[in-house]
Design a protein around this ligand. Structure first.
Ligand SMILES: Cc1ncc(COP(=O)(O)O)c(C=O)c1O
Length: 437
């Protein structure tokens, strides 16, 4: 005997028929799928989140997380800058309201951020040739720039370094900006593959947007030398490319805001029109506040005015307004002589801690290694991250045998390492160099 049981909830795209047999009776179940989103597939896993989850589940007391993306103290704890705490106290005392800010962000913040990048009194600022718009941190600035490129340069494509910060590809993909890679890293010498980089930039179609890390390249920690920057500028000029700087670590490479903006300033001083994405996630430790800016340096005030108006329009479409709190923190610190100096000192001490760790790791590696390998690259690298020339199998070995967690591209967060842990890391790295190929 056959009976039909029908369960209907609400209209839906799919009917599912199932026959079930029990005690000689066949029951046909008609289930109607409940979701309009049945066609939505699972998104890909986030590799870094998987590393963090594995680290959390790790029970060995020696475990070490060198995949972290933010600065840590010598005790390996997250760090809120003292100067940020002071600025927040002042803001609380002032009791400012939470009304919507202007679409382009706070006027004082925009002025300050362009000055930090280009230097106070820079002629392009005085001549009003810079269009600055507040953004959802560095990622938001890159997303906004991508929307701008997609809208106004439909035939252009972006060139990104290989390797680069993992989100560059995703953001360009999402915005519909085609991209390709230029060679950047030479694993044998753990240095910039300068010839590869120059020849790939030369081979790109004229008018490409060339993504450059202003300083402290993520993930390698390897930056071009000043002479190499000059040559990069020559080729970009020759090919009529448009430089697009990603400045996520200003001040955290050398400890000095001006030195770390040198590459951007070089291009601006040579008369380039440039795009610059800026972030305060790392140098002020404001990761969660999502504060940054997109600056477009134009060749005329009129162009800057038009570009700004379009960036405002695009921001409105993407997310309406940008968060206020981070902008007010930056404005309060940089706008006050004493607090600004305190920030610079604090940033210097953060950089000094990272440099001390690099030196200790270099000493440990050099003393322990018996193969005559050269480790001076550790000292030459800049900023929070470091490539050690480790391949994926060696990274897995670090994790499985030594309980050290790193991203699978072999990036090690120097800002997440303490002096006390350097020797342990050196032993693990040497072991993996020797025992895993
Ligand atoms: C090179 C680079 N660009 C941009 C960002 C964006 O960070 P945020 O959106 O927090 O400013 C990062 C963060 O790690 C980065 O390393």
């Amino acid at each position: 005997m056959t009976s039909i049981v029908c369960s209907l909830a609400f209209p839906s795209p799919s009917l599912i028929w199932k026959n079930r047999k029990s005690s000689g009776r066949t029951t046909t179940m008609v289930a109607i799928s409940l979701s309009h989103f049945d066609g939505v597939t699972m998104g890909p896993p986030e590799p870094i989140v998987e590393v963090f989850e594995a680290f959390r589940a790790e029970t060995d007391p020696l475990k070490l997380n060198l995949a972290v993306r933010s600065y840590r103290t010598e005790e390996l704890e997250p760090y809120v800058l003292d100067v940020v705490k002071k600025a927040e106290k002042l803001l609380l005392e002032k009791g400012e309201n939470k009304e919507y800010p202007p679409v382009e962000g706070l006027t004082a913040f925009n002025k300050i951020t362009a000055e930090l990048l280009l230097g106070t009194d820079h002629p392009v600022i005085q001549q009003e040739k810079v269009a600055t718009v507040q953004s959802l941190s560095g990622s938001g600035a890159i997303r906004l720039a991508s929307a701008f490129i997609q809208g106004y340069f439909p035939d252009a494509h972006a060139m990104i370094p290989s390797p680069t910060w993992v989100n560059h590809k995703n953001i360009f993909d999402d915005a519909g900006v085609p991209w390709s890679e230029y060679r950047y890293y030479e694993p044998k010498t753990v240095s910039v593959d300068f010839d590869g980089m120059i020849s790939d930039i030369k081979a790109a179609p004229d008018g490409s947007f060339i993504v450059l890390h202003g300083c402290a390249h993520n993930p390698t920690g390897i930056d071009p030398t000043p002479q190499q920057w000059e040559k990069i500028a020559d080729v970009i000029q020759e090919k009529k490319h448009i430089p697009f700087f990603d400045v996520a670590y200003q001040g955290l490479a050398s400890g000095n805001l001006d030195i770390d903006a040198w590459s951007v300033r070089l291009f601006v001083s040579r008369g380039f029109e440039v795009l610059v994405a800026q972030s305060y996630s790392k140098n002020l430790g404001l990761q969660a506040e999502r504060i940054g800016a997109l600056n477009v340096v134009c060749s005329s005030p009129d162009a800057a005015k038009r570009v700004r108006s379009q960036l405002k329009r695009l921001s409105l479409n993407l997310h309406l307004y940008s968060p206020l709190h981070g902008a007010r923190i930056v404005e309060t610190i940089v706008g006050d002589h004493t607090l600004f100096n305190e920030w610079k000192e604090e940033m210097e001490s953060m950089v000094q801690r990272i440099k001390n760790v690099r030196k200790r790791l270099f000493d440990n590696l050099s003393q322990k290694d018996e193969s005559g390998k050269e480790f001076s690259f550790v000292l030459r690298q800049n900023g929070m991250f470091s490539y050690m020339g480790l391949n994926k199998a060696q990274c897995d070995y670090l994790t499985n045998k030594w309980h050290i967690y790193v991203t699978k591209d072999g990036r090690i967060t120097m800002a997440g390492l303490s002096l006390a842990k350097c020797e342990y890391l050196a032993d693990a790295i040497i072991d993996s160099y020797h025992n895993v190929s």
